[in-house]
Write a protein that binds this ligand. Structure first.
Ligand code: UDP
Length: 359
């Protein structure tokens, strides 16, 4: 069984770090890794391959920038060429980026079966590019590796139970990564607060591409930094660009994007996570920290339902108020919401022998 895996963005490297290892350990299955180049800065790509010992991509494309359509279209063309060359038995894609959709679509058009890791997640907001990517990817996949029961239910609502596909709740591969690398946390370079700081990430298009929302969030971060606790913000390059273009003043501790081991160090020591990231909402939970999410919806609704995470949108006062109420609050996981760190081994064993029961 030869699996061709498409990755291209930071969260996909972190997920691949555990899944590719599990595949290497599994007899009877080999993996060809294709990096699309969607994320290409050293601190958004290379650092993860080095730190997390991800196998070096067999094929390195160099596709980034341009509009969503341009990027996805170029990827579709080039990935198709790679697939014709490699002739894999199966293609595997992660999550919801343009690389995910281009990989899935290229495979579907060549009649190569597609496995989707993180299938079934929905925000129910079709204005998010990620929502479009994940819905279309699920539609052309025949193995849907879901991270949660909610994701399985979403697919059932969309009629997937009547299709000739496999829906399996294997748990969340990001919990595997968090558990695997927790002991190897590394202190970021430079001066960082000892503990109790508010770890913030900010890069979702709905916030960065809307000057009103971004301005309101920046105002909140500055006030939180002044009156509640220091805000540490590893700033995504896209957000940095927009902040500079709009001339916004960030009076918080802005640092360059950090590696995953540094991110774990920050997660272990912070007093609160304040984010618009998908993955970071769960990582707060894995490390026992409350989370305030600066979005209007989340795909990880079980965290809202159990009170670990609160959704506040982009309004200054709501963000400040939620940060105030949640700073220093710890959370627990009595219901093992994300499978307990077994997802990647379940995925690898299912891919090598689909008759094995894993869901
Ligand atoms: N992350 C990182 N360094 C940073 C910021 C985030 O390693 O400076 C990690 C984070 O811990 C998580 C992943 O990147 O594992 C999340 O990626 P991102 O927020 O870019 O994407 P999303 O999850 O929103 O798709």
């Amino acid at each position: 069984m030869k699996v061709l895996t498409i990755i291209g963005a930071r969260p996909q490297f972190i997920k691949a770090s555990v899944v590719s290892k599990a595949i290497l350990d599994q007899p009877g299955i080999s993996e060809v890794i294709v990096h699309t180049g969607q994320h290409f800065d050293a601190n958004m790509s290379d650092i993860f391959f080095e730190q997390l010992s991800i196998p070096k991509p067999h094929v390195q494309l160099d596709i980034h920038g341009g509009s969503h359509g341009q990027m996805t279209g170029r990827m579709l063309m080039e990935i198709e060429g790679v697939m014709l060359n490699e002739r894999p038995d199966r293609v595997m894609v992660y999550g919801d980026t343009n690389s995910t959709l281009a990989g899935a679509l290229a495979a579907a058009k060549l009649n190569i079966p597609v496995a989707h890791i993180e299938a079934g997640l929905r925000s129910f907001n079709m204005r998010m590019p990620e929502e479009v990517n994940r819905i279309l990817t699920d539609q052309v996949s025949d193995i849907l590796f879901c991270p949660t029961e909610v994701a399985v239910d979403n697919l059932k609502q969309e009629g997937f139970a009547n299709k000739p596909v496999q829906m399996l709740n294997v748990g969340d591969v990001m919990q595997d990564s968090a558990m695997f690398f927790a002991q190897r946390a590394a202190q970021p370079m430079g001066k960082v607060h000892a503990e109790g700081f508010i770890l913030t990430t900010l890069h979702r298009a709905e916030n960065t591409d809307d000057p009103v929302r971004l301005t309101s969030i920046v105002k909140a971060l500055n006030e939180i930094n002044r009156s509640i606790a220091p805000v540490v913000l590893p700033l995504h390059p896209r957000t940095r660009g927009v902040v500079e273009r709009l001339g916004l003043q960030l009076d918080v501790q802005v640092i360059d994007p950090v590696g995953y081991l540094e991110m774990i160090w920050l997660l272990q020591r912070c007093g609160l996570v304040l984010t618009d990231s998908g993955g970071v909402q769960k990582e707060a939970f894995f490390f026992g920290k409350a989370c305030v999410t600066m979005r209007d919806q989340t795909e990880w609704v079980e965290l809202i339902n159990c009170g670990a995470n609160v959704l506040v949108g982009a309004e200054t006062d709501l963000i400040i108020d939620a940060a105030n109420r949640n700073h220093g609050r710890s959370v627990t996981d009595p219901h093992n919401l994300y499978g307990g760190g077994q997802a990647s081994s379940k995925i690898a064993s299912y891919l090598s022998s689909p008759s094995v029961s894993v869901g």
